[in-house]
Design a protein around this ligand. Structure first.
Ligand code: SIN
Ligand code: FE
Length: 294
């Protein structure tokens, strides 16, 4: 398998700008890796890098779009410091995307920013929630109707531990393997899920198929072991970007990461034909989301 990782030199957040095929690469589902682009901690923030900073009742710490903090433990001053650190990362992540992909900046919608202080290796989870299995991101309760999931990650591990991922084969190859095994979409079931508030809006056929790919991959041990894949170490002090609804990924080890999600309306890519929605639509031969107004 051709490597799905594209390395980009440069260690200054303000000096990077669009160019050199990065747009085509990221829209082909590759991971853009900036090995020397680090998120710099301020004095005092090193103390925030400990697992107890997370409220044990929450999976992650997150800074909402309105600036409120969720999931952190500690007194008010500590929480303010956590919010400030995550907020600074948000600004840098947004400005990086704006520089690299100016067209996205016009249309992207900010999602909460997360800080993940937990050690990946020791987390016990059901197979479906286990991100150590290769998958593409798809949300069971939040249908997105083809909206894209663009993510910026920064490894801030203070002891130099890398964040280790497995990155899998191109999206189209995955779809070719798992679409034939996918359960058919049933409209009345999607309506029932909405009525029962299992989903926040109607699960479209696109959302259904993306979940089928997600579950199909995670639930197939032979695929996990034998499918084309590469092991990637994202160094402490590095940053990487991918469309996580398209790049096949799994996290194997690491601790302390910041992550920013940006949503892009369907069809606003530089090349909308390269998107998972376009690929699945071509394969199925019919529209997978309702056109606006229907
Ligand atoms: C994921 O998006 O599957 C997890 C990524 C990570 O925690 O490194
Ligand atoms: Fe994921």
């Amino acid at each position: 398998m051709q490597s799905q990782i594209v390395e980009v030199e440069g260690g200054d957040w303000r000096e990077l700008s669009s160019g050199a095929g990065w747009t085509a690469a990221v829209e082909a589902g590759k991971v853009l890796y900036f090995p020397s682009l680090g998120f710099e901690l301020r004095p005092g923030e090193r103390a925030l890098l400990r697992p107890e900073i997370r409220d044990p009742k929450s999976r992650n710490i997150s800074l909402n779009v309105d600036g409120t903090l969720k999931g952190a433990a500690g007194d008010e001053a500590t929480q303010r410091q956590v919010a400030e650190m995550i907020g600074r990362f948000r600004e840098q992540a947004v400005s990086l995307i704006t520089r690299l992909f100016p067209q996205y900046a016009q249309v992207m919608r900010l999602a909460p920013t997360s800080y993940r202080p937990m050690q990946v290796e020791t987390r016990a989870q059901s197979w479906r929630a286990d991100d150590r299995r290769m998958h593409v991101d798809a949300f069971p309760s939040r249908p997105n109707h083809g909206e894209r999931i663009l993510r910026v990650f920064a490894n801030v591990n203070p002891e130099g531990a890398p964040r280790v991922w497995r990155v899998g084969e191109p999206f189209e190859d995955v779809a070719r393997k798992f679409l034939p095994r996918a359960k058919p979409y049933v409209r009345w079931q999607a309506r029932a899920l909405r009525a029962l508030h299992v989903t926040k809006s109607l699960r479209s056929e696109y959302d259904h198929l993306m979940l089928q790919l997600h579950d199909g991959m995670k639930g197939d041990p032979a695929y996990q072991q034998d499918a084309p894949q590469e092991r990637v170490e994202f160094a402490a002090g590095s940053t990487w970007i991918c469309f996580s609804d398209q790049a096949v990924h799994a996290v194997m080890s690491g601790q302390y990461m910041l992550e920013q999600t940006l949503f892009l309306p369907p069809g606003t890519e530089y090349d909308p034909d390269a998107s998972p929605l376009a690929i699945l639509t071509r394969m199925k031969g019919h529209a997978l989301v309702d056109s606006p107004g229907r």
